[in-house]
Design a protein around this ligand. Structure first.
Ligand SMILES: *[C@@H]1O[C@H](CO)[C@@H](O)[C@H](O)[C@H]1NC(C)=O
Ligand SMILES: *[C@@H]1O[C@H](CO)[C@@H](O)[C@H](O)[C@H]1NC(C)=O
Ligand SMILES: *[C@@H]1O[C@H](CO)[C@@H](O)[C@H](O)[C@H]1NC(C)=O
Length: 314
C-alpha cells in the first residue's frame, strides 16, 4: 500500500482553506470549504478505466452527510484517504436540497453512475447532504454487480441545535437579527430557530435516516423513528457518533477497511498537528437547564441518538 509522503499531504492541506473550526466541550466540529480544485483522479484511476470490464465489481460507499455532526471532517479524511486506499471521492452538488421527490432521487443516482463511468475505477465514495434512500436499484441499472454501502454520522441533538444556531448567526445575511443573542436566550425567548414543536417539520437527524416521506420530517413521529431505525439496521455499515469520535474512527477502520484503512493514524498523527482557527464566538456547552428543556421536546431525536450510540458501542 502506497503511503503519501508528508510533503504531498501538506500540499494537499494547503489546497484546503479551513474557514471555521469550532471546539465544543472537547469535541471538534470542523467546517471546511474545499477549493474548487478537487484533487484530480490520479493516473492510477485512468489506467483502471481501460481495464474495466462489465464483470468488475463496483463498490460504492454512500455518505449522506448530516449537517453539523462533523461531517466535513469525515469528508476531508476521506479525501485524504483516496490515494492510499485507491478509491475516488465524488462530492455531489445540491447540498441545500435534502428532500427529493422520486424523479429527483432517480436523477441523482443516474448522474452519479454516469460520473462513475466517466471517471473510471472500481471503488467510489459519494457524499451529499441528503435524506436516506436506497441508491442501489438505479445504480445496478448501470453497474449490475454494484455493491453499495452506507455511512453517516450523528451528534447529540441539543449540541447539534446549538451548533446550527451559532452557525446561522455567523453566516446569516441579516446580521442584526440574531446578533449577540445566545442560544440560551434564543430558547428562552421561544425564537423560531430554537423552538421545537410536536408534529411540525424540521430538518433534524431522523429524516436523514427515515427518508423522503413528509412524515419523516415531523418532530416526534413514531413511524419516522421506526423507519429510521430500520434503515440503520438494514443499510448502514457504520453510523458514527461525534461524541464517540475514537470509537467511530476505530469502527470505520475495522468495518469499512477498503475505504478507511489508516484513518486513525491520519487523524491522530497528521490532522491533530494542524493548527486550526477556532471560532471563539461559539461558547462551549449549553447551559444545563436550557438543555433539559430542549431535551423534553426532542424526545425521539434522543431516542434515535441513543439507539445509534448503543449500536456503535456494542
Ligand atoms: C433584520 O432583522 C431585524 C431584527 O429582527 C429586522 O428589524 C430587520 O427588518 C431585518 N432586516 C432585513 C433586511 O430583513
Ligand atoms: C416545547 O414544547 C412545548 C409544548 O408544545 C412548547 O410550548 C415549547 O415552546 C417548546 N419548547 C421548546 C424550547 O422548543
Ligand atoms: C482518543 O484516542 C487518542 C489517541 O489514542 C487519545 O489520546 C485520547 O485520549 C482518546 N480520547 C478518548 C476520549 O478516549
Amino acid at each position: 500500500m502506497r503511503q503519501s509522503s508528508p510533503t504531498t499531504r501538506s500540499n494537499r492541506t494547503a489546497k484546503i482553506v479551513a474557514t471555521a473550526a469550532i471546539f465544543n466541550a472537547g469535541i471538534i466540529c470542523l467546517v471546511f470549504y474545499m477549493t474548487t480544485n478537487q484533487s484530480s483522479p490520479s493516473v492510477l484511476f485512468k489506467q483502471k478505466a481501460e481495464e474495466i470490464s462489465p464483470e468488475n465489481p463496483i463498490s460504492l460507499l454512500f455518505f449522506n452527510r448530516v449537517p453539523k455532526t462533523g461531517s466535513e471532517l469525515f469528508a476531508l479524511l476521506l479525501q485524504w484517504l483516496q490515494e492510499p486506499n485507491n478509491f475516488l471521492q465524488l462530492r455531489l452538488s445540491g447540498n441545500e436540497k435534502r428532500k427529493l421527490d422520486s424523479m429527483e432521487r432517480k436523477e441523482m443516482t443516474i448522474n452519479l453512475a454516469d460520473d462513475m463511468k466517466v471517471k473510471g475505477g472500481e471503488k467510489f465514495v459519494a457524499d451529499r447532504h441528503v435524506y436516506f434512500f436506497d441508491v442501489k436499484e438505479d445504480m445496478t441499472r448501470r453497474f449490475p454487480s454494484a455493491e453499495v454501502k452506507y455511512f453517516s454520522t450523528i451528534r447529540d441533538p441539543v449540541e447539534k441545535a446549538a451548533s446550527r444556531f451559532y452557525y446561522s448567526r455567523a453566516t446569516s445575511r441579516n446580521q442584526t437579527r440574531l446578533h449577540d443573542t445566545s442560544f440560551e436566550a434564543c430558547v428562552a425567548q421561544g425564537m423560531p430557530e430554537c423552538r421545537f414543536l410536536d408534529g411540525e417539520s424540521y430538518d433534524l437527524t431522523i429524516p436523514y435516516f427515515c427518508g423522503h416521506h413528509d412524515d419523516c420530517l415531523k418532530l416526534n413521529n413514531q413511524w419516522a423513528f421506526q423507519q429510521a431505525k430500520e434503515n440503520v439496521e438494514k443499510h448502514f455499515t457504520v453510523v458514527g457518533v461525534l461524541e464517540e469520535l475514537n470509537v467511530t474512527l476505530a469502527t470505520l477502520e475495522n468495518n469499512l477497511p477498503e475505504f478507511f484503512h489508516g484513518v486513525q493514524k491520519l487523524y491522530f498523527d497528521d490532522l491533530m498537528k494542524v493548527k486550526w482557527n477556532y471560532n471563539k464566538e461559539r461558547p462551549r456547552g449549553v447551559e444545563s437547564a436550557v438543555a433539559d428543556r430542549l431535551r423534553q421536546n426532542l424526545t425521539l431525536e434522543y431516542a434515535f441518538y441513543n439507539f445509534v450510540k448503543q449500536r456503535l458501542l456494542s
